[in-house]
Design a protein around this ligand. Structure first.
Ligand SMILES: NC(=O)c1ccc[n+]([C@@H]2O[C@H](COP(=O)([O-])OP(=O)(O)OC[C@H]3O[C@@H](n4cnc5c(N)ncnc54)[C@H](OP(=O)(O)O)[C@@H]3O)[C@@H](O)[C@H]2O)c1
Length: 414
């Protein structure tokens, strides 16, 4: 948004304060009056602290859509990889943004395999319930603090990647927001799934023309991007999946050899298709699939551990596996295995997002989104459906990124 437009938006926001802002003012006034009892009369005049003007430093929804006082939010109240056991829907006050923060009304939130790792407390053993859940969302700014208004305006579309996304509204530091052209769920698919593929393959993949790349869970949220980015690097790409429909999708995004592991023997296919072995593996499944992938590595091949979803629902979070042979297997081929965790590559994040958004806008990248239309109870709509969406992922049926839409319960003109 230009400076002029931004200035206009801010001025308009002053002129058309919503009922909620008035209510907020009133609450603050009451708060201040309540405090008067603590002021001291000095020399005939009231001594008082500098008046709290914090209320005037917030710009609220200039287009007049009302911001409710309370909202729905998912909160983990117990540690468990069973999301339904760990998490419950609560009604809480809509938070107010601080000086350098944005209040965002979520339109779409993303489902990730690790939502159940997070609810099980596996990300940080020091964090105890209750805590917020959900990693990513996209929506519009509906209120912001004064410092934040130097870069953002009410009505602007932003995406973000931070815990607490499974809520109707979220406050986030302005510096963490990613401005996006429109509220398209395709952009949401880039926030974690796209950047994970982009950064890991760029930093660790050493992709070049003619190399052979194997992507596991290839038709899923992040797998779809690994396939396409490896093709852009002129590699030959094989991808595992669990149905013919997924194989068809993989073909449509350029995968040279989809492997339906339900109907084909992956080791045999790899032996036949890649007699020299696979140069790079983007591995998300773990367990038996991990072993197969290690066995298929070429001399000097590299395997990037993206995840091990086949173990996430177990109490330990780990798939069963025998790694005793690993040193010998790697040494024999001068091969390597390296883990990749997106949180450790945040310095690359903004640039990766910018590039991915551009590719998506230029139709250079398919960002397949799965709203669950084919799931037993249909489309994922509203925070209540996050539970179903996670179940759906763990049936392995999704094609592309699973996204939940949060329609507005309030009258919105945004
Ligand atoms: N390292 C990081 O920073 C990072 C960031 C994002 C995601 N990840 C990892 O990437 C992987 C994919 O995550 P995602 O969120 O994009 O999910 P997703 O791929 O959209 O969905 C999961 C897919 O995994 C496959 N799968 C294989 N074995 C499975 C099993 N035992 N249970 C359930 N699904 C199984 C299924 O597809 P098929 O069976 O048809 O292949 C399923 O559709 C996960 O391991 C996740 O932890 C890592």
């Amino acid at each position: 948004m230009s400076w002029t437009a931004q200035g206009r938006a801010l001025l308009t926001s002053w002129a058309t304060q919503s009922g909620r802002l008035r209510e907020h003012h009133q609450q603050l006034r009451l708060g201040l009056l309540g405090n008067l009892g603590r002021f001291r009369l000095v020399g005939g005049a009231w001594s008082r602290p500098i008046v709290d003007m914090s209320y005037s430093r917030h710009f609220l929804d200039f287009q007049g859509s009302s911001i409710p006082t309370s909202m729905k939010k998912l909160i983990a109240t117990k540690l468990s990889p069973n999301f339904r056991e760990a998490v419950a829907l609560h009604r809480v006050p809509v938070p107010l943004p601080g000086d350098d923060e944005l209040l965002v009304r979520n339109r779409f939130v993303g489902i990730n395999a690790s939502d159940i790792n997070f609810s099980a407390g596996r990300y940080n053993s020091l964090v105890k319930p209750p805590f917020d859940v959900g990693f990513e969302g996209i929506g519009e700014v509906v209120a912001l603090g004064l410092s934040a208004s130097s870069k953002y305006a009410v009505g602007q579309t932003v995406a973000y990647f931070r815990p607490g996304a499974f809520a109707e509204y979220i406050v986030l530091p302005a510096k963490e927001a990613v401005p996006v052209p429109t509220v398209k769920p395709e952009f949401l698919s880039l926030l974690i799934s796209g950047t994970t593929a982009y950064i890991s393959l760029k930093e660790l993949g050493e992709l070049s023309e003619g190399k052979t790349v194997l992507v596991t869970a290839a038709a899923g949220g992040t797998g779809q991007f690994a396939v396409q980015l490896a093709k852009k690097a002129k590699c030959r790409v094989l991808g595992t999946c669990s149905s013919d429909e997924k194989s068809g999708f993989l073909k449509s995004i350029g995968c040279d050899r989809p492997i339906n592991y339900k109907t084909e023997h992956v080791a045999d296919v790899l032996k036949k298709e890649c007699p020299e072995g696979v140069d790079v593996v983007y591995e998300s499944v773990g367990g038996k699939m991990f072993n197969l992938a290690v066995n298929s590595l070429a001399t000097k091949g590299r395997l990037i551990i993206i995840g091990f979803i086949s173990g996430y629902q177990t109490p330990t979070g780990l798939p069963p596996g025998n790694v005793e042979m690993l040193p010998a297997k790697l040494l024999k081929k001068s091969a390597s295995i390296q883990g990749f965790f997106l949180f450790h590559y945040m310095s690359e994040y903004q640039a990766a997002m910018k590039h991915l958004v551009e590719m998506c806008e230029d139709n250079e990248l398919t960002c397949e989104v799965d709203f669950g239309d084919m799931s037993p109870e249909g489309k994922f709509t509203g925070l209540e459906s996050v539970f179903r969406a996670i179940d759906y992922m763990y049936t392995g049926k999704n094609i592309g990124k699973i996204v939940v839409e949060l329609p507005h319960s309030v009258n919105s003109k945004l």
